[in-house]
Design a protein around this ligand. Structure first.
Ligand code: PMP
Length: 322
């Protein structure tokens, strides 16, 4: 086939804000131009959604450095996701973290979204593979769900049943469910969906975990039917620092609709409040909520400012060297 003309190539670039002709990817150990990178169209990942990925962010810190937030946690989850899907995994977190910093530097990015994907070779059968591949892409990203309070709709789609999927793995195929739910909410005039689990208790958003606030206390769905979010775990850390009570339990939307406030949290979404759920508007002024305190503390945490910037572990390490 003929190479694309420069005009055609520019048209493709202008459709996507993810890369341009200078963008560099980390691809199986090498740094290659995104516009020249290739993958196999016979990959089992493309045909069956059989790949695992991560969504990570880096931030420019208060000191002006680039810091990948919870880098180790994300690359450990990537490895666990691959193991859950029986995919070979030959990389260490350390080498992938190094490669990610290098990719950020090569693309002159500090505040960035980072997307590693582990994918399968050509294989049209369902048999296990002997090899996996990896790509790490980085790009600039605005807040995933915007920065205004969200009008959220209870989805008609349930989250995948953990008896049918390894729901704790961040597997590409699970995101067909997310896409359906998010598109349904948007086509009904809402900003985002809230999905229930197979027991009809609240699970999570298409790409974020959920919390609600009642009388100054936070509640979030217990583990089992949700992705174990790294931001969710960070909210627990922040609650610990700020002496905010938080409880994990299963609850219905009826209970959630009695809440004072609610928010989604995730690497891409960060912490973003709800204006409403279906026809219920949350009564507490967002700026007066404990949830807002969490939102501000999270921002400080990722940029390594203030008290909340040290997790207990990190604080202990700091004490040890002082
Ligand atoms: N649930 C789902 C379904 C997600 O896709 C995400 C985003 N990775 C989350 C929750 C939040 O996870 P994290 O805080 O680790 O980004």
């Amino acid at each position: 086939m003929d190479k694309l003309s420069k005009k055609q190539t520019q048209k493709i670039y202008s459709m996507a804000t993810y890369y341009n002709e200078n963008t560099v990817l980390f691809l199986n150990g090498a740094y290659v131009k995104a516009s020249e990178a290739k993958m196999d169209f016979y990959s089992q990942s493309l045909h069956y959604g059989y790949s695992v990925f991560e969504g990570i962010r880096s931030y420019k810190t208060a000191e002006g450095e680039t810091k990948i937030f919870k880098a180790e946690e994300h690359f450990v989850r990537l490895q666990n996701s691959a193991a859950a899907l029986n995919m070979p995994y030959t990389w260490t977190a350390t080498e992938l973290i190094e490669a990610t910093y290098e990719t950020l530097a090569k693309n002159n990015l500090q505040d960035a979204y980072i997307r590693p994907v582990v994918y399968a070779p050509a294989n049209m059968s369902f048999a296990k593979n002997e090899q996996s591949f990896i790509v790490i892409a980085v790009w600039e990203m605005q807040p995933f769900l915007g920065d205004k309070l969200l009008r959220v709709m209870t989805s008609s789609f349930q989250r995948p049943n953990p008896k049918g999927f390894k729901i704790h793995a961040k597997a590409a195929g699970h995101y067909v469910n997310s896409i359906l739910a998010s598109q349904e909410a948007k086509s009904n005039g809402f900003d985002e969906a809230l999905l229930l689990d197979m027991n009809d208790t609240v699970a999570e958003g298409p790409g974020a975990n959920v919390f609600f606030e009642k009388d100054g206390k936070l509640f979030t769905p217990a583990m089992g039917n949700i992705l174990p979010g790294i931001t969710r775990a960070t909210v627990f850390e922040i609650c610990d620092e700020l002496n905010i009570e938080v409880e994990e339990k299963f609850f219905t939307t009826a209970e959630m609709k009695q809440a004072d406030a609610a928010f989604f949290c995730g690497t891409a979404a960060e912490v973003i409040g709800f204006e409403s759920l279906d026809d219920i508007t949350f009564p507490l002024n967002w700026n007066d909520s404990v949830s807002r305190k969490i939102q501000l503390a999270y921002k400080d945490f990722v940029e390594q400012k203030g008290v909340a910037s040290l997790s207990n572990e990190e604080a202990k390490k700091e004490e040890a060297v002082m």
